[in-house]
Design a protein around this ligand. Structure first.
Ligand code: UD1
Length: 431
């Protein structure tokens, strides 16, 4: 696995319809909060299965180790053990690497009664505040201060509270859930996020002995416990990775079967593909896209789950650049999540941006170009565009892809793509 400093590039010769089967990895966004939840346990181990091998997972593991955890990995399983009380001061070098580092806030506050958390980093997709996390924790009795770019949170004992989220934030729901399971009394989280990754966390916490009701609904009721117990937890399949490969099949007009998916998690995407005239066959845990025809233009609006995921908006934009007619994408979740649009334009895509709306005039072809991944899913969109484009595309800064896609180049090659990985980004740019 590459580190952030070792950025590389992917060289893609486009135009080959991808064919074959690909197995989906465990979900990044489900694994990260469940790893953070291991901090809640004061005795014994949390054993995780189906953990993807990704840079973000490694960053969370490094963060847990820096807080005193012993983390053991064996292929796709992981064991996490915290001996005694974890440290409560989190190192900014790790926290700034990834926004999901903020997921240790709730568990550390519940275990240690105090936390110092530098404001986290992550993908370059907007300001991404944490006010909802802080408001909820304050309702549970925490004192929150901001000092020199860090959050200092204190609570002698968290107490159950009724919390209404102004927006169903995924991270805030996860942090508050983890804080609530060890709080005194009952917590009600209203307008909670309903993403499948939240359900995975709820199931994980329940298997550790937490008392939570309302799984899968927007209202979570948590009865705080004195302590939790060791458990074995399965991570759900990664719906965003699965969708990215389905879109790779669609954009190259190929025939790809994605194995090991939960199709229900992809309902919004499947509805939109159907509207675009792209056939997807759902058989048991497999989805097969077989789409020789050019897609039709669409309107897509990103929404909290079960709406269309913002994490698929860039990849969808790549597909729609090649659709027949005009498409419109409304990005309602994040500001500035169109950084990939200007890179797609270098490949001949006709995209007009008006605030958080993108108008895409579909073209019959894209042309290979040198482009830069600016974030994880935007990078995936450029790879998809490169797979469909005429000639050669070089996608630089592909370390962003390592944050969320396990062996992407290998998987694409197995599907027949002409892709090669290069290590030295800077040298390649100069050539
Ligand atoms: C998670 C996912 C990310 C996905 C996003 C939305 C993980 C590790 N990451 O991110 O891949 O794109 O959900 O599905 O699971 N907001 C506030 N105040 C807050 C918190 C959030 O205004 O306190 C805003 C954010 O700026 C953003 C929106 O709410 O505009 C959604 O954020 P949120 O649901 O919290 O996303 P993350 O948990 O960061």
């Amino acid at each position: 696995m590459k580190t952030n400093q070792e950025s590389g590039f992917l060289k893609i010769k486009g135009g080959t319809p991808l064919k074959g089967k690909v197995k989906v990895q465990g979900s990044k966004n489900a694994a990260l909060p469940v790893m953070a939840a291991a901090l809640l346990l004061d005795n014994g181990e949390v054993h995780l299965r189906n953990v993807p091998k990704l840079l973000d997972v490694q960053t969370m593991s490094d963060l847990l180790v820096s807080l005193g955890a012993v983390v053991k990995r064996d292929d796709h399983t992981m064991t996490i053990e915290i001996e005694g009380e974890p440290a409560w001061e989190t190192p900014s070098s790790l926290v700034r690497k990834m926004r999901a580092s903020s997921l240790v806030l709730g568990p550390l506050l519940a275990r240690c009664g105090r936390v110092i958390l530098p404001l986290p980093g992550g993908c370059a997709i907007g300001s991404r505040p944490m006010d909802l996390h802080f408001k909820g924790l304050s309702k549970m009795g925490a004192q929150i201060e901001l000092d020199k770019g860090a959050v200092i949170a204190r609570a002698d004992k968290l107490v159950g509270a009724r919390i209404y989220l102004d927006f169903p934030s995924v991270g805030a729901t996860e942090n508050l859930l983890m804080a609530a399971v060890l709080a005194k009394g009952e917590t009600l989280i209203e307008n909670a996020a309903r993403e499948p990754e939240i359900d995975n966390l709820v199931r994980a916490l329940k298997s550790m002995g937490a008392a939570i009701e309302g799984e899968g609904t927007g209202i979570l009721r948590v009865r705080g416990q004195k302590e939790l117990n060791p458990a074995t937890i399965d991570i759900i399949p990664d719906r965003i990775e699965a969708a990215t490969y389905l879109l790779a099949g669609a954009i190259t007009r190929g025939d790809i079967t994605v194995k090991g998916v939960v199709a229900e998690h992809l309902n919004a995407l499947l509805a939109k593909l159907d509207e675009a005239g792209i056939e997807v066959i759902n058989k048991e845990n497999e989805l097969r896209v077989n789409s020789p025809a050019r897609p039709r233009g669409l309107t897509v609006k990103t929404m909290p789950y079960p709406g269309f995921s913002t994490d698929l908006q860039p990849q969808m934009m790549a597909l729609l650049s090649l659709a027949e007619g005009t498409s419109v994408i409304y990005e309602t979740i994040f500001e500035s999540r169109f950084l990939h649009a200007s890179e797609l334009q270098k490949m001949g895509a006709q995209i007009e941006l008006q605030g958080n709306t993108a108008i895409i005039h579909g073209q019959s072809s894209l042309i290979g170009a040198e482009v830069y991944a600016t974030d994880l899913r935007g990078g995936a969109a450029l790879v998809l565009a490169g797979l469909a484009a005429e000639g050669e595309t070089v996608v630089y800064d592909v370390h962003h892809l390592d944050r969320g896609y396990e062996n992407m180049a290998e998987k694409l090659i197995l599907l027949g793509a002409e892709v090669c990985e290069g290590k030295d980004n800077i040298k390649a740019r100069k050539q």
